[in-house]
Ligand binder design. Structure first.
Ligand code: UGA
Length: 440
């Protein structure tokens, strides 16, 4: 194992996962965050968010003594040979563009302390051109001068599979300006590379674009199948069967063709918007106008789900009891950023429904952002006396429900399956009126 020392700036989903996994690969790692409460928790081996498998791995790695966390840029600068930047780039309020203030703050905080040679590896999802700009900024600020080198190494992990995706990625992308930077990255990722992970070595612009191109493609794939769902609804077809049938074509592939409530989260929605905004600045806006449509199709699925609930309630939402299963933007995550489930729950509540929400992990996060919704601690409480049940995040716990048992708890047996993930036959056999997106 190489004796390179690694730091990771930002300890959100991306940064914390990266820090823990680098330690698991055998490196000495120092993670950094400006949030002292987070740093204290991580040093105590407690993960500040839910991610399957990461909690135990964190505790194990803290116990080895190889992994620790700090709030100090000075410490990070003195410690690291390779500094990974993993802070967030959220959507700017009221705009499509990405907010670069956290990335900029990290570079401005770190660079003035860089007194020994190092590689800075950007991981955050950024508008193309950011790496070029940051390289100049580092050259201006770093006492060590050109020996503090930047490279771009986008991250493709999925929440819910973060550890697996980090330790066994589909590919590695190295945006580099020197042989040296490539060699350092090859050393850091020696283990996955030795296991056969393909490496794409390229320039800064391409490396930054790969990330947003990948997320745009995934978003487009989801909206494509959701557009087919709209047509199926109009024509009386079944979008799940349609997805199976086209998915057998290896050129298309079945993955990411699950029609339903659409995509949410902290990445896909804001990434396609920021990509359009950046393309506009570059004079290439025409190339990406289709992403407007991808976004619009996605948002229409939320209103369609609300409409389905209203139809099942005979048009009368006011005063109806609605049991909502799911708040996270997807299962196996407690992330509620741009969650379609919460958007639907909030919309029904606004129309006068009495909504109860249950999510196995995301209730607390949801309550911070939508404090007026009522959160309960179990499926039983969520569906009690419900006039309609909405299945909006496909947690295993919900897919495993016994429709006959749930039937005995509700006032009316109406269910909207917003994720096409429940066993239709079983629910109908138990006397439920089952409605879903894109199926008769
Ligand atoms: C996404 C990408 O999949 C990762 O590769 C990327 O690294 C990450 O964004 C990022 O940019 O950081 P993530 O946001 O964790 O990962 O979640 P996904 O698994 O992509 O799901 C996104 C949304 O699409 C979820 O709301 C999910 O419910 C929805 N989805 C997914 C569908 O509606 N249908 C599908 O077939 C698949």
């Amino acid at each position: 194992m190489s004796d390179l020392r690694i730091t990771v700036l930002g300890t959100g989903y991306l940064g914390a996962t990266h820090a823990v996994c680098m330690s698991a690969l055998g490196f000495e790692v120092l993670g950094m965050d400006v949030d002292k409460a987070k740093v204290d928790a991580l040093n105590a081996g407690e993960l500040p968010f839910y991610e399957p498998g990461l909690d135990t791995l964190l505790a194990e790695q803290i116990a080895t003594g190889r992994l620790s966390f700090t709030t100090s840029y000075e410490e990070v600068a003195a410690f690291g040979d390779v500094h990974f930047i993993g802070v967030g780039t959220p959507q700017k309020p009221g705009e499509n563009a990405a907010d670069m203030r956290f990335v900029d703050a990290v570079v401005d905080g770190l660079a003035p302390h860089l007194e020994r040679p190092c590689l800075i590896a950007g991981k955050s999802t950024v508008p193309v051109g950011t790496a070029e700009r940051l390289a100049e900024r580092i050259a201006e600020l770093a006492p060590v001068g050109a020996a503090a080198e930047l490279c771009w190494n986008p991250e493709f992990l999925r929440e819910g599979f973060a550890v697996e995706d980090t330790l066994h990625p589909d590919r590695l992308v190295f945006g580099v300006r020197s042989e040296h930077a490539e060699q350092v990255l090859r050393t850091v990722y020696a283990t996955p590379i030795s296991e056969g992970t393909p490496v794409v070595v390229t320039d800064f612009a391409t490396a930054q674009l790969v990330k947003v191109a990948a997320n745009s493609f995934l978003a487009t794939k989801i909206s494509f199948i959701n557009a087919m769902a709209e047509v199926c609804e109009a024509a009386g077809g079944d979008v799940v069967t349609l997805a199976d049938a086209i998915g057998y074509d290896a050129r298309i592939g079945r993955r990411f063709l699950n029609a339903g409530l659409g995509f949410g989260g902290g990445c896909l929605p804001k990434d396609i918007r920021a990509f359009m905004a950046r393309a506009g600045e570059l004079g290439a806006d025409q190339a990406l106008t289709f992403l407007n449509e991808v976004d619009a199709i996605n948002m229409r699925r939320r209103s369609r789900t609300v409409d389905l609930a209203r139809e099942l309630l005979g048009g009368h939402v006011l005063g109806a009891r609605v049991g909502v299963l799911g708040a996270a933007f997807k299962p196996d995550s407690d992330d509620i950023r741009d969650s379609p489930a919460l958007a639907v729950a909030a919309s029904l509540q606004l129309q006068g429904a009495r909504v109860a929400v249950y999510d196995p992990q995301a209730n607390a996060n949801a309550a911070r952002v939508f404090p007026t919704l009522r959160y309960v601690g179990s499926v039983v409480e969520a569906v009690a006396d419900a006039d309609v049940v909405l299945h909006l995040t496909e947690w295993r716990e919900f897919r495993d429900l016994d429709p006959a048992a749930v039937a005995s708890m509700v006032h009316q047996r109406n269910i909207v399956d917003g994720r096409n993930a429940l066993d239709v036959e079983a629910w109908r056999a138990a006397g439920w009126t089952y409605r879903s997106l894109g199926r008769p």
